[in-house]
Design a protein around this ligand. Structure first.
Ligand SMILES: Nc1ncnc2c1ncn2[C@@H]1O[C@H](COP(=O)(O)OP(=O)(O)OP(=O)(O)O)[C@@H](O)[C@H]1O
Length: 336
């Protein structure tokens, strides 16, 4: 049996606002990622994807707070480590995190090699400047990013090249898990493809072992990840293989998310552009029952009565009171 490289159990994290209100952005999340596999996390804006990504790194700075639950990286619960252990032993080595818009956060006054030197000073202090350069040049060439990039300033690079550079820098220590938050958003289609190709190369060349790819565009994940979880209002509402989630969704929210495709993809003809009416609930005060009920065409009174627990169906997890067969019959009877 393959071992889980990442395992998250009952994770709850929240923001404490200046008005002393709590925003329950990650509210009891469980999932596992097998060694060598890739996982997509999809959902609309505000569903808690970025907070989950940040939480997985184990760093909590106000206003974000840890509530409860465990995060196991290759069997070690990182929530039991000190901040110093997280910084020196986990961050960059075990897990690497590329936040949204990371490419715009590079200090424009520093050459690219400087960012790699900084990482090596912390993690490989025994290496000389020349050794760091050689190592970085070899890595960049292997990834089809010219070594010349190392001598460039961030603003001399195109958006797509900057993003690929950020990914190459973040993975220089060969982390076990790379967590990339919207790594292709704000890029043109050609640059998006180049970023996805780079991520696949990192996996193929074993520079990373597993990938967590976060996006609000569910269909994009079909080309990138083995499995997908869909988040809604701080919870995972469905989990399955990429193929199941995209072509055979169970949860009405996953179904709606597929109907809100922006760019029709090959093999997915027939889906129309349609925003999901309404908005996710306020995470300061989530509804007692199904969090999607107010936007769900199939919601019944019982959906609003109490917490909807997750259920399993042939290895797939979903969080809905209705059984998959009934839901699929309803979907089939809807006009396309
Ligand atoms: N610093 C903060 N303080 C208080 N609430 C926050 C803070 N950052 C995010 N939130 C809230 O936490 C919830 C989850 O936000 P999060 O950014 O994780 O969602 P998301 O799915 O990643 O959306 P997006 O793709 O737009 O970033 C939202 O209700 C958001 O308003």
């Amino acid at each position: 049996m393959s071992q889980n490289i990442l395992e998250v159990n009952g994770l709850k994290t929240y923001y404490r606002t200046r008005l002393k209100e709590n925003v329950f952005a990650v509210d009891g999340v469980d999932f596992a990622l097998e060694d060598g596999k890739t996982l997509g996390i999809a959902g609309e804006s505000g569903c808690g994807k970025s907070t989950l990504a940040l939480s997985l790194m184990g760093f909590y700075f106000p206003p974000l707070h840890y509530g409860s639950g465990s995060i196991l990286i290759d069997g070690t619960d990182i929530m039991k480590l000190t901040k110093e252990q997280l910084r020196t032993q986990v961050s960059g080595r075990e897990t690497a995190y590329i936040p949204q818009a990371a490419m715009n956060a590079l200090n424009p006054t520093l050459k690219i090699i400087h960012f790699i030197e900084d990482i090596m000073k912390e993690h490989r202090p025994e290496l000389s400047k020349k050794q760091v350069w050689d190592m970085a040049a070899e890595r960049f060439e292997t990834l089809n990013l010219s070594a010349k990039v190392l001598q460039s300033y961030p603003n001399e690079l195109s958006g797509g090249m900057k993003q690929r550079t950020v990914i190459a820098i973040s993975t220089i220590l060969n982390p076990k898990v790379l967590i990339a938050d919207e790594p292709t958003s704000a890029l043109d289609v050609t640059s998006q493809k180049a970023v996805i190709k780079l991520l696949k190369e990192l996996l193929d060349k074993k520079f990373i072992r597993s990938l967590v790819f976060i996006t609000h565009e569910l269909p994009l994940l079909y080309h990138v990840t083995d499995d997908i979880v869909v988040m809604y209002a701080g919870e995972i509402v469905e989990r399955g293989t990429a193929h199941q989630m995209i072509f055979d969704p169970i949860h009405p929210y996953t179904k709606k998310l597929m109907g809100s495709i922006i760019v029709p993809e090959e093999g997915m003809k027939g889906h129309k552009l349609a925003a999901i009416p309404g908005a996710p609930p306020n995470l300061k005060n989530v509804p007692a029952g199904c969090r999607f009920a107010d936007r769900c065409s199939y919601a019944a009174d019982e959906c609003r009565k109490g917490k909807v627990e997750s259920r399993m169906e042939e290895g797939r997890m979903y969080r809905c009171l209705f059984d998959p067969q009934t839901l699929k019959e309803w979907y089939a009877s809807e006009p396309t």
